[in-house]
Design a protein around this ligand. Structure first.
Ligand SMILES: [Zn+2]
Length: 269
């Protein structure tokens, strides 16, 4: 979790920034570190339902977040997390924090506690005093999302192969799939990360977790296969794919990675 900063301003509408803040809280506390935020472990689910004791939501009391609320938060910061690695404080509509309360917050932003993250959500950064802004890492979600890394055709092709592999695939199909995967132009890491996200989405559906699917365009397929496949197999499939992703990052032989992936998946299902 070394790359997580201790104070953020998330710019954008309340709904979207709240989801991003919950995601960051999940990333910092997820029980499946390799997949964080996995979306389906007990911690991720509690954070999403806003019942996790180490994710603290501060909302305006009436029209503003008042100095008493900020003081209470600062006192709470000194306490260790109850369940997780990090306490995450999410200040909703941070542009309503009174100037006094913002000043009270400054010292905490200057001398952060390593076990906590503070996230200010706002659609109006101009209402925040410059000394607060300068101490936070700003993430602007009002800008358009980046293009997905894989082309629509590649995504569909990979999803077809992966879903077919979970069913009965004989040796002939196996060779065809390996060749088709090798012919995909995009980077092997991206293909493997996409594969992991497919199994992750299936687990979200299978466990009825209250989390958004990463691959919403493939929803019908994800629903279909999550009803056919066992939870344990999906978890093992993530493990198998993750192992090949590690090999890919160490620049392992590409053909061998596809071969090992297909053999590994075949064993799981
Ligand atoms: Zn998780």
């Amino acid at each position: 979790m070394d790359n997580i900063s201790h104070a953020y301003i998330f710019l954008g509408d309340e709904e979207e920034t709240t989801q991003k803040a919950l995601k960051l809280a999940q990333t910092a506390n997820c029980e499946n570190a390799d997949l964080a935020p996995c979306g389906f472990c007990s911690t991720c689910r509690k954070i999403q339902s806003q019942v996790y004791p180490d994710t603290i939501h501060v909302h305006p009391d009436g029209a503003a977040i008042k100095i008493e609320q900020v003081r209470k938060m600062i006192l709470d910061l000194a306490e260790k997390p109850m369940e997780g690695n990090k306490k995450v404080y999410i200040l909703h509509e941070a542009h309503t924090i009174t100037p006094q309360a913002q000043n009270a917050l400054l010292k905490t932003l200057e001398e952060p506690c390593s076990e906590s993250i503070i996230i200010l959500l706002s659609n109006n950064i101009k209402q925040l005093i410059p000394t607060v802004v300068s101490r936070c890492q700003i993430q602007d979600f009002t800008k358009a999302e980046a293009e997905p890394l894989l082309s629509v055709e590649s995504r569909q092709k990979i999803a077809d192969i992966i879903f077919n592999i979970t069913q009965k695939a004989g040796h002939t199909e196996f060779c065809i799939y390996a060749r088709e995967l090798s012919n995909i132009e995009e980077k092997i890491e991206e293909v493997l990360e996409f594969t992991i996200s497919l199994f992750r989405d299936m687990l979200i559906v299978k466990t009825n977790a209250d989390a958004a699917l990463i691959n919403q365009d493939l929803e019908p397929m994800i629903y279909k296969y999550s009803s056919i496949l066992a939870t344990d197999s999906m978890l093992r499939a993530i493990d198998v794919t993750y192992r090949q992703l590690k090999a890919a990052k160490f620049r392992g032989n590409k053909n061998l990675i596809w071969y090992n992936l297909l053999v590994g998946l075949k064993e799981v299902f």
